[in-house]
Each structure stands twice: as C-alpha cells, then as structure tokens.
Design a protein around this ligand. Structure first.
Ligand SMILES: Nc1ncnc2c1ncn2[C@@H]1O[C@H](COP(=O)(O)OP(=O)(O)OP(=O)(O)O)[C@@H](O)[C@H]1O
Ligand SMILES: O=C(O)[C@@H](O)C(=O)CO
Length: 426
C-alpha cells in the first residue's frame, strides 16, 4: 500500500475530524490508532491518519511518538505529512505544537513549515495571525477555561514563538489572496532569514486551497482540518488520485448491539448537548470528587448503566462547569485530576462494551483517546458525517467484533448531536 498523504494527529477526535475532511474531499482514508501492528490488514487508501494522544503529554514524549509515526508514514510512501493539531491551537507554552513541528521539519531535512489552525466550516479563522473562534478572539472564547490547555493569547505568532527554538513568521491574508506564487515568494524570504515556521492567515476555503497547494510541495505542514481540505483538493487537482474518489457507505453497515454515550469533555458545546440529551435518555452525572476518591463511583456507574441499557441508550458524563473543574484542579492538580477522570471514564466504557455496547459515542479528545486505547481498537474506516468535524467510524480488526463509534471533539456538534449520532448508527 503506497500512500500519498500522511498525517499524525495529536488526539483521536482530531484524527477522525481530519479523516472526515480528507474523505469528503476525495481521498480514501483510514484512521489508525497509533502505528498499526504489521499484522493488521489495512485497506488500499490514499491517506492514513495516525492517531496519537500527544496533545497534553511532556514535549519530549510527543516528539518521540510523532517521529516514529513520521518514519512509518514515509516508509509507506507519504510525500507530505500533516501534523494535525486542534483548530483552537490547544497547547501550552511548554509545547507541543512548536517542538513537534520543528522535529518533523528536522526529520524531513529542515524545510520551512506552514502552520494554520483555520477551519472555516466550524468558525475557526485566522487574521493577521490572530485566531478567532466564531466571533470571538481565542482568548475570549470558551477555550480560556479549557481544563488542560486554557488559551489566553489569540496571537498565534506569539504563542508558537514561546514554544519554538527558531523564529516564527506570518503570511498575511493579502499575500495569500495574491495566490500560490506570492505565498512561495514570501516563504523563500522567510527561509533566507532563518525562519522555520510561519503562521498563515486563512478565512475562506479558497485561502486554504492556496495554502494546500503550496504546502504539498513541502514535506511537512501543521494545521487543522482546513489545511487538510486544502491538501486534499490540491492532490485531487494534481491528478494523482486514481481511485475515483472516496465512499463512506460501506462503513455504516449495521452492527446491532446496545448503544451508549460517554462524556468527559467540559467544553461549552458538550455541556449544552448533555442538557438536551437529558430530555430523551437517562443521563448519569458522575461525581468527580468521588471518582478520584476510589473505585466505588465507577462500580456504581456501571451498575446504574447495566440496569437501564437494555431499554435504550444511556449517557454517563464526568463533564462539569469551569467553576467545578477549577475547584477540583485546585485540590488534586490539573493533570492528575484530568488523567484520573479519563481513566475512570475509560473503565466505564470498557465495561459497557463488555455488556454488549457496539454503538458508542465518546465526547472529548482526551476522553476518547483513553477509551479507544482501553478498548484496544486498532483502526477505523470513515463513514458519513454526523456534524462538521465528526464522522461515523467503523472499527477495523477489533477483537470485540465490528463497532460503530463517533468521537466528538469537545466544541463540535449541534445541540442534538447525541441523538443525531445514534440515529446514524444501527
Ligand atoms: N468534572 C471534571 N473536573 C475536572 N476535569 C474533568 C472533569 N470532567 C472531565 N475532566 C477532564 O477534562 C479533560 C477534558 O478534555 P477532553 O479532551 O476529553 O475534552 P475537550 O477538550 O472538550 O475535547 P477536545 O480536546 O476534543 O476539544 C479530560 O482530561 C477529562 O478527564
Ligand atoms: O481541530 C479541532 O478542533 C478538532 O479536530 C480537535 O482536534 C479537537 O480535539
């Protein structure tokens, strides 16, 4: 299997978001969970998205994991590797976007890297290097209260500079509107000045098409699904996609079994989706303090779900408001509480699957990563889109048999996302 485009995603929901975008734009795509075991038979595809859980780990661990994935992708023919980051640039001053971008660039011989988290379809735009989430600058958006990576600066040149060894440049919208030739000239000037990463503005899909065309001529880029769209369209335009396009129908053949939703995302969108779900299905709100105190809360949740699940889908949620999250973090620490809650939600997920759940929605990137790892699912085929950035996924090579999943990024999906997702999974 020779692939045209490789991607390393820093979390699992982000990986499915990108895989969805690549599929919608004509690339046959598979999402793997980590570097797949050689024994796993992967379908014939144009693009592979390797999901890693490296957004909120120490930078040196993120660099090592990304470097191995890059080698694996290059060995399979990938001429370009996109490092898929969050469209809200989730990271801290300690990394990991800067260190991983520089390491991937070094591995590819040291070229300049285009960086943009723009994803206009979900309201993420970049202007003069400043990231907007809907109508708000990043630092005024709900991302200011993110449990793991609170974002307090909308100026991405500054944010990336704090994470990088080398200088960071900006390619502004005026240059991008002038087309690929103008962008290449600007990149050349930056390269001569020793800059190794540039934040690129993008507001409309046409900006991302320009950036995708330029990026495809370089070995590495860093961005969200918008840049994926640009790269996919550039590949299709180049005539190098021979497959006649991607299809998603096969991925949603019915799997039967029970269905459940597990949420660990504390994002504003998820909190509202949980309130709406409460009107139509049983929702268990876990007590985070009790989750951290010992195994009793996990056992109680499994028993609560076991009593109800044969009658219809159930929801188990750790999610809480920013005030509750900060109170917990001030007692137990940010990383320790996040990690303990992810472990708890992943144990509950695995127990639900043990009891026959085959259709599963997980809300939150870190939460999804922990759950998918515990289930040891090796890879996913990409099905149709439920909401922008969230496709139905079908497991490949799963020990429990075929399952359908949706891994929802915290801020994605309309208010009825959970019922909409389950309505597409049979
Ligand atoms: N009640 C809570 N108090 C403190 N932390 C919590 C609570 N509930 C969940 N968490 C933690 O908050 C973090 C949420 O991150 P996660 O990536 O799952 O969601 P998200 O950031 O909304 O999603 P995404 O990364 O896809 O945008 C996880 O580490 C989770 O364990
Ligand atoms: O880009 C996004 O916003 C999402 O795919 C994501 O990465 C959230 O975890």
């Amino acid at each position: 299997m020779a692939i045209l485009l490789g991607s390393i995603a820093d979390d699992y929901t982000g990986a499915s978001d990108l895989a969805n975008t690549l599929t919608k734009n004509g690339l046959r795509t598979v999402q793997t969970v980590g570097i797949p075991d050689p024994s796993l038979a992967l379908p014939d595809v144009d693009a592979v998205v390797v999901s890693l859980k490296i957004r909120s780990v120490p930078a040196s661990d993120a660099v090592a994991a990304a470097a191995s994935a890059e080698r694996w992708l290059r060995q399979r023919g990938a001429g370009h590797v996109l490092y898929k980051i969050c469209s809200t640039f989730d990271s801290t001053d300690a990394g990991n976007i800067g260190p991983v971008t520089e390491a991937l660039s070094d591995a590819a011989g040291g070229g300049i890297v285009l960086v943009t988290p723009a994803f206009p379809e979900t309201g993420r735009t970049v202007y003069l290097g400043h990231l907007f989430v809907g109508g708000q600058p990043l630092n005024e958006s709900p991302l200011k209260d993110h449990p793991l990576n609170p974002m307090h600066d909308a100026n991405l040149v500054r944010v990336l500079t704090r994470q990088s060894r080398n200088a960071v440049g900006l390619i502004d919208l005026t240059t991008i509107a002038a087309g690929p030739g103008a962008v290449k000239m600007r990149l050349d000037a930056f390269r001569t000045a020793g800059v190794t990463a540039v934040i690129a503005d993008a507001i409309f899909e046409r900006d991302l098409e320009t950036l995708g065309e330029v990026a495809l001529e370089t070995p590495v880029s860093t961005g969200a699904s918008g840049l994926g769209l640009g790269l996919a369209r550039a590949l299709v335009r180049s005539g190098r996609i021979s497959s006649g396009g991607a299809t998603t129908a096969d991925a949603i053949r019915p799997v039967g079994g029970l269905s459940a939703i597990v949420a660990g995302s504390c994002s504003k969108a998820t909190l509202h989706q949980l309130d709406i779900a409460e009107r139509s299905m049983p929702v268990l709100r876990l007590e985070p303090e009790r989750l951290l105190a010992g195994p009793d809360e996990i056992a109680a949740a499994i028993s609560w779900a076991g009593d109800r699940i044969s009658a219809g889908p159930v929801v188990v949620a750790a999610s809480a408001s920013p005030e509750t999250v900060s109170r917990l973090q001030s007692i137990y620490g940010r990383e320790a509480s996040g990690h303990a809650i992810e472990t708890a939600t992943s144990i509950i997920t695995a127990e639900l699957v043990e009891r026959g759940v085959r259709r599963l929605v997980v809300a939150g990137g870190e939460t999804s990563g922990a759950a998918v790892d515990r289930l040891a699912i090796p890879a996913f085929l990409i099905g149709p889109e439920i909401a922008p950035g969230v496709p139905v996924l079908r497991t490949v090579g799963n020990a429990q048999g075929d399952m359908l999943l949706a891994l929802k990024s915290g801020n994605f999906g309309g208010e009825d996302f959970f019922t909409a997702a389950l309505a597409m999974m049979h």
